[in-house]
Design a protein around this ligand. Sequence first.
Ligand SMILES: *Cc1c(COP(=O)(O)O)cnc(C)c1O
Length: 466
Amino acid sequence: MNYISTRGAAPVLDFGQTMLTGLARDGGLYVPAEVPQMTHAQIAGLAGQRYEDAALRIMRPFIDDSFDDAELLRLIETAYAGFGHAARAPLKQLAPGHFLQELFHGPTLAFKDFAMQLIGQLFQAALARSGERVTIVGATSGDTGSAAIEAFRGLANVDVFILFPQGRVSDVQRRQMTTPADANVHAIAVEGDFDTCQRLLKDMFNDFAFRDRVSLAGVNSINWARVLAQVVYYFTAAVSLGAPHRPVSFTVPTGNFGDIFAGSIARAMGLPIERLVIATNQNDILHRCLTTGEYRTEAVLPSISPSMDIQVSSNFERALFHAYDGDAGAVAQLMDELRSTGRFTVSQGALQGLRALYASGRVGEDETRATIARTLAATGELLCPHSAVGVAVAEAHLAANPGTVPMVTLATAHPAKFPDAVEAASGIRPALPPRMAGLFDRKERMTNMADDRAALQALILERTGH
Ligand SMILES: *Cc1c(COP(=O)(O)O)cnc(C)c1O
């Protein structure tokens, strides 16, 4: 399988190289040169399968010879063995025609574990084979960082540095990043917001001398292997609800567009997805873009769903690449414009393409809180604020499109990851699962940093001994 950059000026890579590289050298994102197809019969054959077996069948054609079947299945099984639910991604019904897929049963209680636990295993296997050592640097609005640290802590061939916005992550998120005692884990609190962290990260990747010196590898949601791991649960949910014989729609709480983009890959492979509904909080750049055609960044407003407090939505570039029919020159131009002016306008043709696949909605803070309370009363399900944004947008979509296909809303985090917001909305303080007891007793360890790339690079060189 060949992977190409959305900006068309980086080397073509295979799966293993794409995974270890992260961001393409032209600043673009890697996408498969063509999307493998699954037939009706192959999709139907996923019914009743274990999550791990379904994952092997769905991901296999994207992974070429980097891993053989037996090894890949073993890595998948190891990745999901620590999940707290045998179904891995169970479905619950909220109302007639509306389902919730719980993606928060992994070790750090957010959907990020699905991808991160798997790429931890894939990295370890690939690096053990080549004897290489890499430096992983990630930027996080909270959940990616904890998931990455949990997946890579203690691994022999990896140092992991995680940048998070100081004071803008929940106590549980911060403690998940700062309490692991492993020497290869480095949690860095940056003065600024998530976009500051993401920009620092991208600038380090674009400093090729530094990048090569420390063998920089990226595990942000721009890493193709992460997107791929997330394709799997779209299939398992849809097949449970009658696919390929019956179409389904999904509503996805969205920030960096990685999760929902995985849904578009599932659809491109042949899964009958009618609509992918983008759910945003008050940081609604994607909803505004779908509505007006103009992608325009504004200041990030802190919200009770902090993992979606994002203005520059990195993976949207992949959706644009598809909407522009693979015209990498056009995508590169839009991204240049974004960097110099903070905005761009999507062409009419591309906007039509986006609207054929994606719908969108935005939810303010009060409505998010009201949705947590309302859903608890109606169903007994206690939602995290991100999942509540999804449920509110899905309900609006269902009300505006009655009698359509079943809707699956992705529940992206466990409520106990955001206990203050959930308690304020519902009166109930969600407890951490027993396997996470002790998180608040452990010692924290982190480094504070200004928004200063030179200082950050110096720290990385020193800690990795380069
Ligand atoms: C990361 C995250 C999101 C947003 O996912 P993207 O792939 O960035 O769109 C939503 N909810 C939670 C809880 C998250 O951790």
